[in-house]
Design a binder for this molecule. Structure first.
Ligand code: SAM
Length: 248
C-alpha cells in the first residue's frame, strides 16, 4: 500500500472518527490511511473522468465515506460474508464498507468500464483483498449462475428509484439474505410505489429506518428487504426494460 501519514488531530479525521465512534465503529491507523488515500485518488482521477461532484475534503469524508458506512448502523456487518454493491460508481458504499469491515468479500457491479478501471487501481493502491470488480449491466450479470441468488447482502446508493432497483438488485440476493437500498428524502414514498416489485421478486419489507446525516438537510432512509424465495425466471427483464417499465 502507498504510504500516507495520518494525524488523528487533523480536524476532518477528528470529526470523522468521533462520529463513527458514536456508532460503535473504531478505525485503526491503517484504515484511516486507506480512507485518506481513497480521498486523494478520488480527487486526482476526478480531474480525468467524471467520478463525483463532491471534492472538498470534509464533504468527501462525510457525504461519501460516513454516508456509505451508515449502512452498518442498521445492519450487523459481522453477519455478512459476501456483499454486492450494484452501480457502485466511484466505489460507494462498497469500498468504505470494505475498508471498515475487511472480512467482507466484496463484489462491485457497474456498467461503466472507466469507473471499474478506477476501482481496480484503487483496490491495488489501498491493498484491498477479496474484491471482485464486474463490468456490465446488473440485468445481465444477475442472470449468470455465479451471481444469481448468491450474496448474503446486496446494496445500492443513488442508482435508480426503488421499484427499478428491486429488479436490478434482488436477483443477486440469496434466499434469506437482504437487500438494503440507501435512499434520500423520497425513500418512504418509493417504498409505497414498490409493493409490486417487492412481491414479484419474492421479497418482504423488513425495516424502513429514517435518519439524518451530519452536514445534510432532510431525511435519509435505509430500506431493508429480505428475500424469501429464489428469483423467478422472468427477472430481471432485458437490460434497460426495468428502467423503462418499472414494476410499480
Ligand atoms: N453508488 C454510487 C454513489 O452512490 O456515488 C454511484 C452512483 S451513480 C449516480 C450510478 C452508477 O450506477 C453509475 O456508475 C452507473 O454506471 C451505474 N449503473 C446505472 N445503471 C446500471 C445498471 N443497470 N447496471 C449496472 N450499473 C448501473
Amino acid at each position: 500500500m502507498t504510504e500516507v501519514h495520518i494525524d488523528r488531530n487533523d480536524p476532518v479525521i477528528r470529526s470523522f472518527t468521533k462520529l463513527l465512534d458514536e456508532r460503535g465503529i473504531a478505525l485503526s491507523d491503517r484504515q484511516l490511511e486507506q480512507f485518506e488515500l481513497y480521498y486523494r485518488e478520488l480527487v486526482e482521477w476526478n480531474e480525468k473522468m467524471n467520478l463525483t461532484g463532491i471534492t472538498e475534503r470534509e464533504a468527501v469524508y462525510i457525504k461519501h465515506f460516513y454516508d456509505s458506512l451508515s449502512l452498518a448502523f442498521f445492519q450487523d456487518m459481522s453477519q455478512v460474508e459476501s456483499l454486492a454493491d450494484i452501480g457502485s460508481g466511484a466505489g460507494f458504499p462498497g469500498i468504505p464498507l470494505k475498508i471498515a469491515f475487511p472480512h467482507l468479500k466484496l463484489t462491485i457491479v457497474d456498467s461503466l468500464n472507466k469507473r471499474i478501471g478506477f476501482l481496480r487501481h484503487l483496490g491495488e493502491t489501498l491493498g484491498l483483498a477479496d474484491i471482485q470488480l464486474v463490468h456490465g449491466r446488473a440485468e445481465d450479470i444477475a442472470r449468470t449462475p455465479e451471481h444469481r441468488d448468491h450474496y448474503d447482502a446486496v446494496t445500492a446508493r443513488a442508482v435508480a428509484r426503488l421499484a427499478v432497483l428491486n429488479e436490478l438488485c434482488l436477483p443477486f440476493v440469496k434466499v434469506n439474505g437482504w437487500f438494503t437500498a440507501m435512499k434520500g428524502a423520497a425513500g418512504e414514498e418509493e417504498v409505497k410505489e414498490s409493493t409490486r416489485s417487492i412481491r414479484e421478486l419474492g421479497a418482504e419489507l423488513a425495516h424502513l429506518h429514517a435518519f439524518q446525516l451530519p452536514m445534510e438537510e432532510g431525511n435519509r432512509y435505509m430500506v431493508v428487504l429480505t428475500k424469501k424465495k429464489s428469483t423467478p425466471k422472468a427477472y430481471p427483464r432485458k437490460a434497460g426494460v426495468p428502467l423503462k417499465a418499472p414494476l410499480s
